[in-house]
Ligand binder design. Sequence first.
Ligand SMILES: O=C(O)c1cccc(C(=O)CC[C@H]2O[C@@H](n3cnc4c(=O)[nH]cnc43)[C@H](O)[C@@H]2O)c1
Ligand SMILES: [Zn+2]
Length: 387
Amino acid sequence: MAPAYDDPGVTDQPITRVPPHSGRGRRSRGGTLTDHTATGLADATRDPHAFIAGLPKAELHVHHVGSASPRIVSELAARHPDSKVPTDPEALVDYFTFTDFAHFIDVYLSVVDLIRTPEDVRLLTYEVARDLARQQVRYAELTITPFSSTRRGIDERGFMDAIEDARKAAEAEFGTVLRWCFDIPGEAGLESAEETVRLATDERLRPEGLVSFGLGGPEIGVPRPQFKPYFDQAIAAGLRSVPHAGETTGPETVWDALTHLRAERIGHGTSSARDPKLLTHLAENRIPLEVCPTSNIATRAVRTLDEHPIKEFVRAGVLVTINSDDPPMFGTDLNNEYAVAARLLELDERGLAELAHNAVEASFLDEPGKARIKSEIDAYTAAWLAP
Ligand SMILES: O=C(O)c1cccc(C(=O)CC[C@H]2O[C@@H](n3cnc4c(=O)[nH]cnc43)[C@H](O)[C@@H]2O)c1
Ligand SMILES: [Zn+2]
């Protein structure tokens, strides 16, 4: 299946902070997230991309290896010619065309196999931060699967030092704050859970930027409750719980994530739309969903964007955040995901700014950090809409 969108082509552009503009916008006919009387597209005559490109944003659901740009993947593939991953960025488009979720995971793991040294880890992390900064992402929680790297022989101390070194350099050089979510690759079994929680909680290893604990990989045949002891341990060590759930299985998996893993946010949660009680629970308890629309199409979790349940989430009052998941693998980026959301939710600039606020609100930033990005969003939007 081909990526749903053209390659956004941002990879090799310089980073520029887009200043607030005045007089570039005009009041549009679209709506906000809470205004259900929206009349149509944000503005049928205007494309939202320019506004989105400069909008300060937070990204809460994006995978480390899954963010490797075609340039990085081809560079690593050339370094490790024994791999089946193509070295030609053009050929990667076909390679990143998935028949289903299982195929996606196979391809994903072939890219994991290319990351073999702490230098590879540092390069990847730093370049991912650069790509985020180019999109005016001020804060990102990056999901990292340390087990996949340590089991392939990367030294655990070297791994932690590499991500931390890249995090500090990215903040200093690009102004983008990175935080980590360490996830268990569920299909790799309880051994991977044991190892992930050890890496996340051992005081000698635990990186400063680590804020949360997750669970990824396939859901079918990987029941969430078995991971309860590991989440309990991570939560006791001060980490926040953010498992994937309801991406490829039904709403019962989301309930399991809430009940057994004490989820504070849900990765995807797509199938929640099939359970009105669950939607009410998510809304009433302010449990955000990390929605990744293009990912859901690329892995065939949802058939078409028009069938994506995002509108039902908003209608039910669920706190929706927009995310990119594995952007180059799905031929997307965060800006494109905001454009998709604008179309599906019929949002104008204020609605898009509200979505950006949601991500900041749902993040694990401290209150002053949240306030800083929210006021940047507001200043940018006000300047854009000024007559
Ligand atoms: O590393 C291994 O050796 C290994 C062995 C068996 C299974 C696995 C996995 O299942 C790894 C899954 C991998 O996928 C990442 N990921 C990226 N995007 C998504 C997503 O949309 N939904 C679920 N998982 C996703 C996840 O972070 C894991 O690293 C590994
Ligand atoms: Zn994911």
